[in-house]
Design a protein around this ligand. Structure first.
Ligand SMILES: C[S@@+](CC[C@H](N)C(=O)[O-])C[C@H]1O[C@@H](n2cnc3c(N)ncnc32)[C@H](O)[C@@H]1O
Length: 197
């Protein structure tokens, strides 16, 4: 078995992409991040001085960003536990996401690293807001490539955001609102000394 986690995850990404219909792909903005771009994105956040390091991948697709951030954190912070929550709305992608999660866990075991990945089939906006909110929002890193998808004026996402007094016309700004403006992004919850507030 190859020890190159991102190369293995890339195979899953390509297979998952080939399984999509062009219409669904465009309607849901299902354009997955290729291996090299995923590595580049995962290199961007600074590594928080906490243990475990908790990561959210909202709109995870086949799980490329999950794989990339795990590889980065295990390499940069050996000995620390990494917990990833990967959320994907499209049920047809969950098998691919679980496959990538398995590859990550196998890779972590070979590197004597403690990694756990929770895959959730659900909508990131309604899981974080409104009446359906049931997501633990205490994350240290949010790694995401949300789709550039318009949100209808009466969509559940817009209504869930409105319940918090926020609005966003597309999913990209909605995630931005949730994870930057509304304060769900966890680096705000990490005190300057490192521990969680
Ligand atoms: C641009 S793709 C990126 C996928 C993956 N993060 C990557 O970088 O390869 C966006 C993903 O978000 C999913 N998605 C769209 N709306 C969502 C929502 N409201 N909640 C959760 N996932 C969503 C899509 O099905 C798609 O798989």
């Amino acid at each position: 078995m190859s020890d190159d986690l991102l190369a293995s995850a890339e195979w899953v990404r390509v297979e998952a992409t080939l399984s999509l219909s062009a219409d669904a792909q465009s309607a849901r903005g299902q354009y997955f991040t290729p291996e090299r771009a995923a590595a580049l994105i995962a290199a961007m956040p600074s590594v928080p001085d906490v243990n475990p390091i908790r990561v959210l991948d909202p709109g995870a697709g086949s799980g490329m960003l999950t794989a990339a951030i795990i590889e980065r954190l295990v390499t940069a912070a050996p000995g620390r536990r990494v917990e990833v929550t990967a959320i994907e709305v499209d049920p047809t992608l969950i098998a691919a996401l679980r496959r990538t999660a398995e590859l990550c866990e196998q890779w972590a075991r070979r590197h004597s690293a403690e990694v756990s990945i929770t895959v959730i089939n659900g909508d990131i906006i309604t899981l974080s807001t409104g009446l359906e909110a049931r997501l633990d929002t205490d994350f240290d890193i949010v790694i995401m490539n949300p789709p550039y998808k318009k949100l209808g004026a009466n969509s559940p996402e817009r209504r869930a955001l409105a319940s918090l007094g926020w609005d966003a016309t597309n999913l990209y700004t909605a995630c931005d609102v949730l994870y930057k403006e509304y304060g769900l992004i966890a680096h705000r919850r990490v005190s300057p000394g490192g521990g969680r507030e």
